[in-house]
Design a protein around this ligand. Sequence first.
Ligand code: 5GP
Ligand code: MG
Length: 186
Amino acid sequence: MSKIDENIGRVLFSEEQIRNRVLEIGKRISEDYKDKEPLMIGILKGSAVFMSDLLRAIDIPCRIAFLTARSYGLNTTSSGKVNMDEDIERALGTKVEGEHIIIVEDILDTALTLSTVCEKIRELKPASLKVCTLMDKQVQRSIDFKADYKCFDVENEFVVGYGVDYAENYRNLPYIGVLKPEIYSK
Ligand code: 5GP
Ligand code: MG
């Protein structure tokens, strides 16, 4: 057992479960957008690993870009405030107007982050806008918000792995797990 595995109390989704589910979602996106060329926008940094697998599960022409937005900082609960790139098109390196946008996120929690991001993207007049999240914590929602695509529902537990961090660590775990509470209550 590696140094990082030791801090995981319980595995929620194995590598194989993730692989299968990402393939399913990629197939659905490929069908839904078969006559379009979507621009997928990953929210950094948590979505980077998910994005790289999802992208390869899609078999139609598509492009990617990334945007930084965060509400958690170095804590295990939302700060209630969203920090994001000011000049979106500059951060993306591409225009949004007229594009079919799919936002790719790691976790939909209170929905503060994604509702803020979507609002700003809508101001730039995309042709369409959908949201794809790896995990959905529905019980935590403070804003009415639904993901168009999601891989997994999760309870209100602090999860890490597969791109998702605790204080910038654990992103390199190939599976998704729950941290031992003593790790963040220290
Ligand atoms: P929201 O704005 O929806 O409340 O927060 C969403 C963001 O909070 C996610 O993109 C993620 O960065 C962070 N987040 C929510 N739940 C968890 C969790 O269980 N673990 C980690 N590492 N981050 C989380
Ligand atoms: Mg995030």
